[in-house]
Design a binder for this molecule. Structure first.
Ligand code: GDP
Ligand code: MN
Length: 397
């Protein structure tokens, strides 16, 4: 589960990580109130207005702007709230902005210059350990840094048995070229950040930029936080941070009925039992010249009710030109699945407007084939993988 920047920062702050302070606002008037309140605590009159969407690169897309007074706060917040923000990380049509974070300006001029760093915490799957990835080249596109100047990206692996050690935090601060108070603050920042990562059961923290202010403080100016869904049961209070508006609506609906559905770009919908067979089926569709419109694992029970829900969800995607059902009857009998498909089809009537290709293999596959072939519906049965692929090809031609 992804968090908004403002939620991620609040969570980090609860573990003692220093952040750029801010208040979330839903309207331009709320933004002005937020700015007034912030000025009381921070003393700064300048604010930065930041679109809250689940995508990075907001600065480039015009979703992060500096306001020098309350009128500007109002105008800018009014422009950003309700806009369709397009960034390199959003879909081509952009994402609607429902709220902004009004944050203290922390780039104020001072005796020394500000510096932007990159810091992330993630799992190194090769070693099975968490690692801190960091760079002096913060504020910009880290992918470009990795591509062009990979020697400027450092990593520090943490031994899970002992956790982060003082020398590791100091090494990071040193490699980032810091000294004096900024050095001390960075060691604290890294240590609390890592602790927050472990205690919150997160799977990714990406803080870009981490800022050294002109008065040598270290702050998280941005926060991308991904929580591990499998650990959410341990953090009941995080569940309410979920913003379904940011998620694919078909995926949300599928999740509510317990279907494992992932929306994809293609034109052939697929309904499969088992993740492995689902992957193989997607390959099969590709081979037939199509491309999968979704990943869908219906799981163990493929009765009429469940098949119908699955069909309805697949058909919500207007790009779907055909549906391939590929089910292995191991625990579930193929004839039951076939009956489920026929019943669901009859029940749905006109709602099914694309050809359906059904491949059922396993227990009672022959009875299942007879059921499908004798149904008189626009359902084609296939026995072999290749046959299914050919029929998909014909259907989408
Ligand atoms: P992203 O573009 O989605 O990654 O959003 P960020 O939170 O990283 O903000 C983008 C950029 O806005 C940062 O790299 C900064 O350069 C700038 N920015 C953020 N906060 C402030 C601020 O308080 N003052 C000023 N002047 N610029 C800021
Ligand atoms: Mn950023």
């Amino acid at each position: 589960m992804n968090l908004h920047e403002y939620q991620g920062k609040e969570m980090l702050a609860s573990f003692g990580v220093a952040i750029q302070r801010g208040i979330v606002a839903q309207t331009a008037d709320e933004a002005v109130e937020a700015a007034k309140k912030l000025t009381e605590t921070t003393g700064t009159a300048w604010h930065v207005i930041k679109a809250q969407i689940h995508a990075g690169g907001r600065g480039k897309g015009g979703g992060v702007k500096l306001a020098k007074n309350l009128e500007e706060v109002k105008t800018i917040a009014g422009q950003i709230i309700g806009m369709q923000l397009i960034t390199p990380q959003t879909p081509a049509e952009g994402k609607p902005v429902h709220q902004v974070l009004v944050a203290e300006d922390v780039y104020y001029p001072g005796e020394t210059e500000t510096s932007e760093f990159y810091v992330s915490v993630l799992l190194n799957r090769a070693t099975g350990r968490n690692m801190i990835m960091y760079s002096t080249e913060g504020g910009m596109d880290i992918e470009a840094v990795a591509e062009e100047t990979p020697h400027l990206i450092f990593t520090e692996e943490i031994d899970p048995a002992v956790g982060i050690q003082g020398f590791q935090a100091r090494k990071i601060a040193f490699n980032l070229g810091l000294s004096g108070n900024a050095f001390k603050e960075m060691t604290k920042f890294i240590t609390s950040l890592y602790t927050a990562y472990v205690k919150s059961d997160s799977s990714l923290f990406e803080i870009n930029p981490v800022l050294k202010t002109s008065d040598n403080r270290i702050l998280a100016v941005d926060a991308k936080v991904t929580l591990d869904d499998n650990a959410l049961f341990r953090h009941k209070d995080y569940a309410e941070l979920r913003d379904k508006r940011e998620e694919n609506p078909i995926e949300v609906e599928a999740g509510e009925v317990g279907l494992n559905y992932v929306d994809l770009d293609g034109n052939v919908g697929c309904m499969v039992n088992g993740a492995g067979l689902a992957m193989a089926t997607m390959d099969l569709i590709k081979q037939a010249g199509g491309s999968p419109a979704n990943f869908l694992d219906v799981g163990g029970t493929a009765d009429a009710a469940r098949v119908e829900i699955a069909f309805r969800i697949i058909l919500k995607d207007p790009a779907v030109k055909a549906i391939l059902v590929n089910i292995f009857g191991g625990i579930v009998r193929c004839d039951r699945v076939a009956q489920g498909i026929v019943d669901a089809y009859k029940n749905m009537g006109d709602a099914i407007n694309v050809p359906i290709i059904v491949r059922l293999q396993g227990t009672n596959a022959d009875i299942a084939k007879e059921l499908i072939d004798g149904s008189g519906l626009n359902v084609l049965s296939a026995t072999a993988f290749q046959e299914a692929a050919d029929k998909v090809q014909e259907a989408i031609a």
